[in-house]
Design a protein around this ligand. Structure first.
Ligand SMILES: *Cc1c(COP(=O)(O)O)cnc(C)c1O
Length: 389
């Protein structure tokens, strides 16, 4: 593959920002009646926070979603002046910088409202808050029993001029299985919470619950705002059941490297720690300069698929911290040869889902776990989707 402008790099994750724009535009069209929040937590699922957020804004993202305050403030420092929502804090955490920067925050309990009120007093800025109801994820959010109390405490803080209730929100546990009844139950509980708040006089403009799965396959979950993360990166939240292509999405990341060493070895050669692989015949072994220190899962020892010189090969023996080994058979491969671990899959190269299978995990984890040692480089391969291309 020659899409990179940096052919001498040892290894890189090439991110196609055109694909990100295309996917954002696709998600906007799918949920045309709602606003769109592009979720960029965890360094944009490994794709790079600021480049992805900028591409998403260019393609029409109304909101950017971050998990933690550090991510939200990094977006502001990077020049993003739009609406940003951030939902994960711990008691006692300093909220003043986020409130002063106009970040929308979440509260699941009265103490969260108190802390936001205190930050509002300190900064002289009204804190915007989205009240979270736990509709069946069992994670953050007030239980339905505690919900009226949260709404009343928030209402009092709003009347005191400290906060603005901007939203009511929740999170789906089973959106990867759109037909599952749990989705309907969660939407019912959500609607009841919205109605209860409305009966108390609290009717914020943004009701939101949909992640990628909800955005793509549960129109009843769209409400005023959808929050897709994974689909932004062109990956399917439905595993093998519905592919990226079927969803009109384009995988954005290609992980590639160059073979550091290529050598001929005799039959019976033990390969890597523990000699879990011993060459059955004379063969050529290639050294891939990536290992679990870069995020290549050690669970993919002996199974991780790679694409070398137009053929699928496999990692053999144990994945080491910095290096892995590939059995190249009798192919006339040279040191420096390009290896693609995963890409969109168009040319036969493995995909993120193939790696997820090899490591017995999900596609989310394969891209998110890529380490800081792997440089991200940015290209524009697909210019069909973006507002500004
Ligand atoms: C991660 C996350 C999302 C996005 O989920 P995807 O399945 O990646 O679309 C949305 N909302 C919240 C609260 C999240 O934690």
């Amino acid at each position: 593959m020659n899409s990179s402008n940096h052919p001498a790099l040892r290894a890189e994750a090439v991110v196609d920002l055109g694909a990100i724009r295309h996917n954002v535009a696709t998600l906007r069209a799918v949920a045309a009646g709602a606003q769109l929040m592009t979720v960029v937590k965890a360094d944009a699922y490994g794709h790079g926070l600021l480049p992805v957020a900028r591409a998403a804004r260019e393609a029409g993202a109304d909101w950017i979603g971050a998990a933690v305050i550090e991510e939200a403030l990094a977006l502001r420092a990077g020049g993003d002046t739009g609406r940003i929502f951030c939902w994960l804090t711990a008691p006692g955490e300093d909220l003043t910088a986020a409130v002063a920067a106009g970040i929308d925050l979440s509260a699941s309990a009265p103490w969260g409202i108190d802390e936001l009120g205190a930050a509002a007093r300190t900064t002289g800025t009204i804190a915007r808050v989205h009240l979270k109801i736990d509709t069946g994820m069992g994670r953050a959010g007030a239980t339905p029993e505690d919900w009226p109390e949260l709404v009343r405490v928030a209402q009092a803080a709003e009347a005191a001029g400290l906060i603005e209730i901007a939203g009511i929100w929740s999170h789906l546990a089973m959106a990867d299985d759109p037909k599952n009844r749990v989705n309907d139950q969660q939407l019912e509980i959500f609607q009841a919470a919205v109605d209860d708040a409305g009966a108390l006089g609290v009717r914020p403009p943004f009701r939101h619950i949909a992640n990628s799965g909800g955005t793509l396959r549960l129109p009843a979950s769209h409400f005023d705002l959808v929050r897709p993360g994974l689909a932004t990166y062109g990956l399917s939240p439905f595993g093998r059941a519905i592919t990226s292509a079927e969803l009109g999405l384009r995988p954005a990341m290609t992980l590639r490297a160059r073979l550091s060493v290529v050598k001929r070895v005799p039959a019976g050669t033990g390969i890597s720690y523990g000699h879990t692989y011993v060459t059955p015949v004379p063969t050529t072994i290639g050294l891939l300069p990536l290992g679990y220190g870069d995020g290549v899962p050690r669970h993919a020892s002996g199974t991780g698929p790679v694409w070398v010189a137009g053929e699928r090969r496999s990692i053999v023996g144990r994945v080491c911290m910095d290096q892995s080994l590939i059995d190249l058979g009798d192919d006339p491969v040279q040191p420096g040869e390009d290896v693609v671990l995963f890409g969109p899959g168009d040319r036969g190269e493995p995909t993120v889902d193939d790696w997820a299978d090899a490591a017995q995990t999900i596609n989310y984890e394969i891209v998110t776990r890529l380490g800081a040692r792997v440089p991200r480089t940015y290209v524009e391969l697909d210019r069909t989707g973006g507002a500004t291309g």
